[in-house]
Design a protein around this ligand. Structure first.
Ligand code: HEC
Length: 136
């Protein structure tokens, strides 16, 4: 009898341990579905515009650094507490995307990636931010 209780406790502990690990593990968000109207979007500023390292950088430090990290590597202070893996802006897959894809991801977001349409309302500021993260 005692042995079976001990065995039951052991099995329960093992189940809790395994479940906790599955629940806590971060998952990559996977490919994004970008609506056509965003895909074809063109920037209102040029590469190298002075606003990228001023307005773009300021917006990044204020709104994005906490999750994405100061260099955009996905290692911000909040990143470890999220269920979704925060992707790196230094990766080839990120940089290979169209500007419009990054616009949608940045402004509209999904799940744990917040929506910034209200917080960042100016079109030129939005593009300065997008070009800033592309430069990381
Ligand atoms: C609360 C944490 C958090 C904040 C703040 C945040 N992000 Fe994110 N971001 C995420 C997460 C998590 C993902 C991955 C989402 C997914 O794949 O479902 C993500 C994904 C992205 C992506 C898609 C990258 C890729 O390669 O898939 C872009 C672009 C992005 N964020 C830009 C920004 C910008 C710009 C800001 C600031 C205006 C910002 N994020 C603020 C958590 C955050």
């Amino acid at each position: 009898m005692k042995t079976s209780i001990r065995l039951a406790v052991l099995i329960c502990t093992a189940i809790i341990f395994v479940t906790a690990n599955i629940v806590m593990a971060q998952k990559a968000g996977g490919p994004w579905t970008i609506p056509a109207k965003y895909k074809s979007m063109k920037s209102t500023i040029k590469v190298g515009d002075a606003s990228i390292n001023s307005i773009g950088k300021d917006l990044y430090m204020k709104h994005c650094k906490s999750c994405h990290g100061s260099k955009g590597l996905g290692d911000g202070t909040k990143s470890a507490s999220l269920k979704t893996l925060v992707p790196s802006f230094a990766s080839k897959t990120f940089k290979a995307q169209a500007d419009g894809d990054i616009y949608f991801q940045t402004l509209v977001g999904r799940d744990e990636m917040p929506n910034f349409e209200k917080k960042i309302a100016n079109e030129g500021d939005r593009w300065a931010l997008i070009y800033y993260i592309k430069s990381l």
